[in-house]
Design a protein around this ligand. Structure first.
Ligand code: GDP
Ligand code: GDP
Length: 437
């Protein structure tokens, strides 16, 4: 299931971070970058009554004009409008309404997003006199809270979750392969989708209307059923500022969470960017099957072995995803587009592969014979037994005498042996080592 997205917008000092931290609790998730690159907190996970959502954190936006507060707020509101399903618009209940509040309220009202008005710093049970000013904004009735004391948060979160879009996944049956097409704005995602769907063998079924502006596209190829999961909104705009682009990965995250297979679209002219690494990293961390599409291949001047050089660069840019096949394609000319659907089928089958215990243990046994398990201080690792515990992605439990003896490189060796035997192209695989006395 894909998590809906919540954003908190409001003037500086109204209490956004206080509320954010209260909702996020210990779940604050720091997006880990490659070593040496600044850490970039973009979102945190929230939960209320078993409803999980992602909250975008616009705290780090740099003001970029003279009129600092207003321009900062504009950017904040734009990001919220582009990425969030529900927007909390926070005002200061102590201070009352300001002209900046009015400006932002206007932007939000025009956006068609669900906006919930929150008056913070209402620290006592009697509503402050200022509260009536907020009705003027033409939004909903203000929900009064005290973020620092924790009053009213439950009622607020009830309201938030009741406004999230219905889970669209319920409409998809088990036998439908859900394919997310993810990547930076302008990488060519919608062009690729159109080109793939334009192929003869593809039969596009009715496009269901949905509560938000995302449109999923179900289609059939022969007896196989698929749906392209949309990354709502992000591609409808012409101009996307850097700030907004940075947050578009949170939208991609929702699409990834709803998918089985991710098509990671990279712009050949730009190569693998930080943004691409993040997006691919989310797909990997979520255990999705993956295919890397290097699009706009028509724009690249080819010399001898250009494709080898490109593949090498992509591998170096995404070193955690060696299992993902790479295709150099062009949505414009149609180059290699006809290979994409076949590849989706292959990686999707691998992703849901189930390996019989007997066969699995034969392979593991052979692997042990060829390359002895490591030992440490006179004690040797013993591998007793392996079994597949789950699929999508395949997860193997391996029973050993002592987990400490399982060296990283030996686990990698076992993974390679399994991949060599079962051809698990396109899917991550997981291991869990368990001790058995
Ligand atoms: P932000 O700039 O909107 O993220 O605001 P912060 O969360 O940093 O809060 C600004 C200031 O308001 C801090 O000093 C907070 O302690 C204070 N504050 C936040 N929530 C409340 C509240 O519910 N009541 C009162 N009295 N102060 C609050
Ligand atoms: P999205 O934001 O990722 O959905 O990107 P679009 O599909 O809207 O494409 C962005 C721009 O790149 C458009 O102007 C497309 O015409 C162009 N484009 C997409 N694919 C290709 C391609 O394979 N080659 C070239 N030359 N341009 C492309």
């Amino acid at each position: 299931m894909g998590r809906p997205i919540l954003a908190i917008v409001g003037r500086p000092n109204v209490g956004k971070s206080t509320l954010f931290n209260r909702i996020a609790g210990k779940r604050i998730s720091i997006v880990e970058d490659e070593p040496g690159v600044t850490r970039d907190r973009i979102y945190a996970e929230g939960e209320w009554l078993n409803n999980y959502f992602n909250m975008i954190d616009t705290g780090g936006i740099e003001p970029n004009s003279e009129d600092i507060i207003l321009s900062q707020m504009r950017t904040q509101a734009e990001i919220a409008i582009e990425t969030a399903d529900v927007i909390l618009f926070m005002v200061d209940g102590k201070e009352g309404l300001t002209s900046t509040d009015r400006e932002v309220a206007n932007m939000l009202r025009k956006s068609n997003r669900k906006v919930i008005l929150v008056a913070n710093k209402v620290d006592s049970h009697t509503p402050p006199n200022t509260i009536y000013e907020f009705y003027e904004l033409g939004l909903s009735e203000p929900i009064m809270i005290s973020a620092s004391h924790g009053y009213g948060i439950g009622d607020l979160l009830d309201e938030v979750i009741s406004n999230f879009p219905d889970d669209k996944d319920t409409g998809y049956e088990e036998d439908i392969t859900r394919v997310a097409v993810i990547g930076k704005p302008n990488a060519g995602k919608s062009s690729l989708i159109n080109k793939i769907l334009g192929e003869d063998r593809v039969i596009v079924s009715n496009i269901p209307g949905t509560t938000r502006d995302a449109i999923d596209t179900p289609f059939n190829v022969g007896d196989e059923k698929y749906v392209f999961i949309d990354t709502a909104g992000m591609r409808k705009r012409k101009k996307i500022t850097e700030n907004i682009e940075r947050y578009s990965v949170v939208r991609a995250l929702t699409a990834i969470e709803r998918s089985d297979v991710c098509l990671i679209v990279i712009d050949a002219e730009e190569g693998v960017t930080e943004q691409d690494k993040k997006i691919a990293g989310y797909a990997h961390d979520n255990g999705r099957a993956a295919i890397i599409l290097v699009n706009k291949w028509d724009l690249i001047e080819k010399e001898d072995k250009t494709y080898l050089k490109f593949e090498k660069e992509v591998r170096e840019g995404l070193p955690f995803m060696t299992y993902a096949p790479i295709l150099l394609v062009s949505a414009l000319t149609g180059k290699r587009i006809n290979r994409i659907l076949d590849l989706i089928k292959v990686v999707s089958n691998n992703h849901s592969m189930r390996i019989k215990t007997g066969v699995l243990n034969d392979i593991v046994g052979e692997a042990i014979l060829m390359n002895q398990p490591p030992s440490d201080k006179g004690r040797r690792l013993k591998i007793f037994y392996a079994t597949q515990a789950a699929s999508k992605p395949p997860k193997f439990i391996i029973f050993v005498n002592d987990k400490e003896l399982m060296h990283f490189s030996y686990a990698r060796y076992l993974e390679n042996q399994l991949r060599a035997s079962f051809g698990l192209e396109g899917t991550p695989i997981l291991f869990e080592f368990r001790e058995r006395g």
